[in-house]
Design a protein around this ligand. Structure first.
Ligand code: FCB
Length: 443
């Protein structure tokens, strides 16, 4: 059984999250090409070379999807705006159809009594900007500020909250160092620049939104608990450096205007000249912090003694895993809800993503998902405990409302509370949706 809404403070918010490219259907509505279309079209990058052209067809089915959000009893819906749908070339002339779409989507939420929580960028960089170096190019901060101005001049008066960038670690490290996401680079210099520029863009966009008179502006970071593979000093060092890269670099940049020394050790020679001067912009105040949490990782030192920084290696863990191969480890969330206030003080914390993938759920019934209910229950309990310990956790969002395009893994991992048949695009609520609906019922 999931804890009931009444077990939480009155103003605690429950939400569901999605993102534009993963659900909308990018081929429709005049959106421009993105680096994800190109990444997926390159052999070996994405399972089955699948892309977001059709996805969940949300562009046409948004009203039905918002009904699902409302009927589950969610207070907030976290969605993202596609840069390439608003500005097909990344800059220049906006696509009126794209602006109109987000306008009616936001109105649709308000009509249903749902608070709109906007994320400006959830990874679909317009291809013409990728041509110019994308996140490696310092100018991206200005391009992103201009996009922010255009979209928020249209919807900023009605959104409940806004965050510029989803998961800076994925935008920079996963995509430029590990090469697992677009643009698929494995290059330390590109990584260092992307890590810094993504924060500069965050700061510029936040300033733009303040200038428009908006409030309730935040930042959304993903975090993964880093566990040493054994109790050797080398393993502890490996876990610490990965913790710094993953969990502390972005948080520290935004809130303290510093980068952890364990990360500077590797990237400082590759950062753009004068990077320290950008902290004035990067630390522009935020109103809340979002934590996306799924799992932990286990680290030891790299096998070859000559391996370059960060010289770590991932190990397989013993805990039960989701269909992503991710260990289920709710204690990691407990750790972060305790640790984040060291950086953000009393600022409200929202768990902006948490959830799990099943592959087919139960073979004969794709809506029977007891594992997801257990996963949600265990993580929501952690949130309750954090609140009881005095942590300022103010909301919890499930990833995701719908089964959707899971990036490099295509459509196989199913994260939805609602099953999507990718042939017919029919939606069917799963058992987890019903469990949440019961838990969120108001007395
Ligand atoms: C997060 C992403 C989201 C989804 C989940 C599973 O890192 O923000 O788009 O892919 O993981």
């Amino acid at each position: 059984m999931l804890p009931h809404r009444s077990d939480f403070p009155d103003n605690f918010l429950f939400g569901a999250a999605t993102s534009a490219y993963q659900i909308e259907g990018h081929a429709k509505g005049g959106a421009g090409r993105t680096h994800w279309d190109d990444f997926a079209a390159t052999p070996g990058n994405v399972a089955g070379a699948e892309n977001g052209s059709v996805a969940c067809g949300h562009l046409d089915r948004w009203a039905e999807d918002l009904d699902l959000v409302r009927d589950a009893g969610f207070d907030v819906y976290r969605f993202s705006t596609s840069w390439a749908r608003v500005l097909p070339e990344g800059r220049g002339t906006p696509n009126t159809e794209g602006l109109d779409f987000y306008d009616k989507l936001v109105d649709g939420m308000l009509e249903r009594g749902i608070k709109p929580a906007a994320t400006l960028y959830h990874w679909e960089l317009p291809a013409p900007l990728a041509d110019l170096g994308g996140w490696r190019n310092r100018d991206i901060a200005g391009w992103f500020a201009d996009f922010t101005e255009i979209i928020m001049s249209r919807i900023g008066d009605r959104v409940w909250s806004a965050a510029p960038i989803n998961e800076p670690w994925c935008v920079s490290w996963l995509s430029h160092f590990e090469g697992h996401h677009a643009p698929g680079l494995r290059d330390i210099r590109a990584t260092a620049r992307a890590m810094h520029h993504v924060l500069l863009a965050h700061g510029r966009a936040t300033e733009v939104m303040r200038g428009l008179g908006m409030s309730n502006l935040g930042a959304v970071c993903n975090m993964e608990y880093a566990t040493p593979v054994d109790d050797s000093l080398a393993a502890q060092k490996a876990a610490t450096v990965q913790d710094a890269i993953y969990n502390r670099f972005f948080l520290s940049g935004i809130t303290k205007g510093t980068y952890p020394t364990e990360v500077l050790e590797g990237i400082e020679p590759h950062l753009p000249a004068g990077w320290q001067d950008d902290f004035a912009t990067i630390t522009t105040p935020i109103d809340w912090i979002g934590v996306n949490y799924y799992t932990r990782k286990i680290y030891g030192p790299a096998d070859e003694p000559s391996a370059p920084w960060p010289a770590t290696r991932e190990h397989d863990g013993p805990l039960p895993k989701t269909a992503m191969g991710w260990e289920i480890y709710p204690n990691g969330l407990a750790h972060f809800l305790q640790m984040v206030p060291d950086y953000t003080g009393d600022l409200p914390i929202y768990v902006t993503e948490n959830g799990m993938a099943g592959l087919v759920e139960r073979d004969n019934d794709p809506t029977d998902d007891p594992d997801r209910i257990a996963y949600l229950r265990d993580h929501i309990h952690v949130v309750q405990a954090a609140i009881a310990n005095g942590m300022p956790v103010k909301g919890y969002f499930t990833w995701s409302l719908l089964d959707n395009y899971e990036w490099a893994l295509g459509y196989a991992p199913r994260f939805g509370l609602v099953h999507v048949d990718f042939e017919t695009l029919n939606r069917t609520p799963k058992a987890s949706y019903d469990a949440l609906r019961k838990a969120l019922t108001r007395p």
